[in-house]
Design a protein around this ligand. Structure first.
Ligand code: CTP
Ligand code: CA
Length: 226
């Protein structure tokens, strides 16, 4: 049966979602990136919009179609992603699922770096800004609910809990990426917050998105200020 929700619990709420990898240029033809597909973040943006929220999706390069009803802003670098995310505030909820490159090259070469007798170039890297920590920092524009992700290959819960406190966000969705998550349609996650840890069974990224958005709606209803 086709279920048309008669109540859209996030009507009037604003959400910002980051998704996908970032791409950090090395020169005009090369860059640093990672294997994030963006699927989980896109599914969350879609579910938020289905529940009535006004959604800005700040996306790295993914090749995915824009979910229905979502306002999408395309970016490449972490610096661009941070600017677009801050520009989407104020919001009631921020879901920062992007796999932001931790480093970028200090100086992007203006022309293509050529091979030569001197051997391979040495790339000097500098750390990118932490978008999640910035959004979660106290201030007038801080969303009421700030959610981050933790992709780990070991010690999932401990690492997720450490990120919760280090970044100052409200919830962390942790997933074990030691097997078959990137580009896959399925995922198994834990939800970590100050109340404890929940383990969610392996399910589709769409179902995880719907479950997470249902929790977001509950939380915003409980803590509603207007
Ligand atoms: N994140 C971010 N900006 C960064 C790095 C990470 O906003 N520069 C966000 C991600 O979108 C994610 C969360 O922080 O929601 C955790 O990302 P992760 O890469 O797991 O954390 P890091 O602090 O970068 O730690 P690690 O050394 O494990 O990569
Ligand atoms: Ca990282």
């Amino acid at each position: 049966a086709l279920l048309i929700p008669s109540v859209r619990p996030l009507s009037g709420r604003r959400a910002v979602v980051t998704a996908g990898p970032t791409f950090e240029a090395i020169d005009p033809v090369r860059g640093l990136t990672n294997r994030s597909s963006g699927k989980q973040g896109y599914a969350i943006a879609a579910a938020l919009a289905e529940m009535g929220a006004t959604v800005t999706l700040v996306s790295g390069p993914t090749g995915l179609p824009t979910p229905r009803g979502v306002d999408r802003v395309d970016v490449e670098s972490a610096i661009q992603m941070q600017a677009a995310t801050v520009a989407a505030l104020p919001a009631d909820v921020a879901v920062l699922s992007a796999a932001v490159a931790d480093w970028r090259v200090d100086t992007v070469a203006g022309g293509k770096i050529k091979k030569g007798p001197g051997g391979p170039p040495t790339l000097a890297l500098i750390e990118n800004p932490d978008i999640l920590a910035g959004i979660a920092a106290p201030g007038p524009d801080r969303p009421r609910l700030v959610i981050g992700f933790a992709a780990e290959t070991t010690d999932l819960e401990a690492n997720a809990r450490a990120k919760l406190s280090r970044k100052g966000c409200d919830w962390i969705v942790g997933n074990d990426v030691s097997d078959d998550v990137f580009g896959s349609d399925g995922n198994a996650v834990i939800l970590v917050n100050r109340a404890g840890t929940e383990s969610w069974p392996r399910q589709s990224k769409a179902d995880i998105a719907r479950a997470l958005v249902a929790r977001i709606a509950d939380h915003l209803a409980i803590t509603a200020t207007g």
